[in-house]
Design a protein around this ligand. Sequence first.
Ligand SMILES: Nc1ncnc2c1ncn2[C@@H]1O[C@H](COP(=O)(O)OP(=O)(O)OP(=O)(O)O)[C@@H](O)[C@H]1O
Ligand SMILES: [Mg+2]
Length: 306
Amino acid sequence: MSNFDRANHKRTEPIHKTQNGFDSNKSDWLLSNNKYSQKKNLGNAKTISISSGKGGVGKTSLALKLATILSNDDYRVLLIDCDFNLSNTAVKLGLPVTSSFYEFLIGEKTFAESLIHLGKLDILPGCNGHFELLKKHFDLERIIIDVLVNYENEYDYIILDSPAGLTKETLTLNAYSDYRFVVVTPDKSSVTDSYSLIKILSKEYGVNHHHLILNQISNQNQFQRLVTTFLDTAEKYIGCRIQVRGNIKKIQGDIAVDQFDSQYLLKENNSFHENIQEIVHHFLREDENLMPSISLRRSSGLNAKL
Ligand SMILES: Nc1ncnc2c1ncn2[C@@H]1O[C@H](COP(=O)(O)OP(=O)(O)OP(=O)(O)O)[C@@H](O)[C@H]1O
Ligand SMILES: [Mg+2]
């Protein structure tokens, strides 16, 4: 039995009551047996994690753009901010920061009440420096997998915006995802941290397939050099399969974060948007060939605006 009330989309009990030894459910089973590859039976949505290991490489910006582009293409999208207590999603969107996520954790808000709705895009934002969230122990990876298991039939894509760092939560959610988009910038520390991420995922979780997105690229030579180095090392020392998804140009000049958000992230007529749109559409063409359920549903007119 899950600790979700499906009819009301609400956690049935505050998490602190159910954390220790609640009945076995799908997320228990998935977590205890590491049966990530068998979870496909659970629902239709494809889960994409956006990760890097290193901070400040553009994960949240990519996650928001990716989610917006997919929802503008008429897909039902859920974006989950997994930076649970240093959430930037609402801030980047110019929306007020709230404690909804904490209230959801303790059962005071329903899942639906905790969401931000932007057209077909639903966002589950995190909190910002919420002290109660630090004081109590929440099994966050289990809670997010509970959400994924319960809502996988209501979305086409679920995007997980990972925080910086290699926590057990991040690694488990990455392992659970159908696709892992690893964001790397030309900084040496970004490359090293991404290796660490994929190495642990390979050794500890048996996950060996990743999608590489290079951000803040200044020119084609730099892109080629990075790709060659990354792929060679990943293949030789870790034994991973890396698919290069594309690159996002560095916006030149000294741009403050707020300026980047208002002029590039939230607007469409710029290289940041266009580069990500190209990556998304290329990915969709491959994804729909691999798993045709979405394209069939869309072409049948159920959800299409075309
Ligand atoms: N292509 C780019 N060109 C120029 N600046 C960029 C680009 N991509 C991201 N940035 C800058 O990097 C900043 C950090 O981006 P973002 O918050 O998306 O990173 P993050 O990886 O989510 O960070 P964190 O690890 O702290 O969550 C942006 O606000 C922007 O200023
Ligand atoms: Mg972020």
